[in-house]
Write a protein that binds this ligand. Structure first.
Ligand code: MTE
Ligand code: MO
Length: 252
């Protein structure tokens, strides 16, 4: 069940996120059972993540931003649905976050823009032999996941994209919760200070700076928390992984 996010849901979700960091006892009794148990599972995960936290990847200065940033893969999803969304400035687009979460979310672009944001200038490395630097602004994925409160069974985050590739399959990608909660893993809606252009994945794309090019899913429509990856595509965790044997963990 997906419901539109309300201010209350955001507050409860934010509280659940805070509980994960400060300990469940402080808020016992103030939150429903459902949120509390979800937050306990989040506590375990958050602590595991904090203990294992790696350093940030290099960030660049505005002078380093590439004049030409190549595109790769889809540069405009085919089909009326995407065309209609784009023509309306993506005001009818909704990001759904569901699967193994206590609080499924449905967020408009305007709602995403009102949430906590991070801006970073990073280098994108495509394994086809090019790299480029750009500034990205978006919502930390970890922040959204705290609002959705993954259940104990959630292991992976799957990004379902709106574009189909040449084999007729929708592009998709997945990462584990460790990379999902990395502070530089963001869902970007701006590139170089402008709304994310269609060629670069409008209205929302993943920037997972700890991994290379193809993990950075463009045209995201839905994010699903799952325990296993085998029911998607050929079961290798991503379109490139399925189509070309690319490695699932593309850490750099
Ligand atoms: N939805 C979707 N995401 C995608 C792709 C794609 O074809 N479709 N291509 C991937 C590859 S291989 C790379 S290198 C980057 C390219 O991003 P860019 O076009 O913004 O440079 O997006 C990745 N994400
Ligand atoms: Mo790529």
């Amino acid at each position: 069940m997906t419901k539109p996010v309300t201010r209350r849901a955001l507050l409860v979700g934010a509280a659940a996120g805070a509980v994960g960091l400060i300990g469940v006892d402080a808020l016992r009794g103030k939150l429903s059972e459902r949120v509390l148990s979800a937050s306990q599972s989040l506590t375990i995960r958050t602590q595991r993540i904090l203990l294992r936290r790696r350093p940030l990847v290099r960030e660049f200065s505005p002078a380093d931003i590439s004049v030409v940033f190549p595109t790769n893969g889809t540069t405009r999803p085919v089909g009326d649905d995407y065309g209609r969304l784009a023509a309306g400035g993506f005001s009818d687009w909704v990001l759904r976050i569901d699967g193994l979460v206590a609080t499924p979310l449905a967020l408009s672009l305007a709602q995403l823009r009102r949430l906590e944001a991070r801006t970073q200038i990073t280098m994108h490395n495509c394994d086809e032999g090019w790299n480029a630097v750009a500034q990205w602004k978006g919502v930390p994925l970890g922040h959204l996941l705290k609002l959705a409160a993954p259940t104990m069974r959630a292991n992976y985050v799957v990004f379902h994209c709106m574009d189909k590739r040449e084999d007729g399959q929708h592009y998709y990608e997945s990462i584990d919760l460790f990379d999902a909660f990395h502070p530089q893993t963001i869902l970007a809606y701006e590139m170089n200070g402008r709304s994310l252009p269609v060629a670069y994945g409008a209205p929302l794309r993943l920037r997972v700076e700890t991994q290379i090019g193809y993990k950075n899913a463009k045209y995201i429509g839905r994010i699903e928390l799952v325990d296993q990856l085998d029911r998607f595509g050929k079961g290798r965790g991503g379109w490139w992984e399925d189509a070309d044997g690319a490695v699932w963990y593309a850490g750099q």
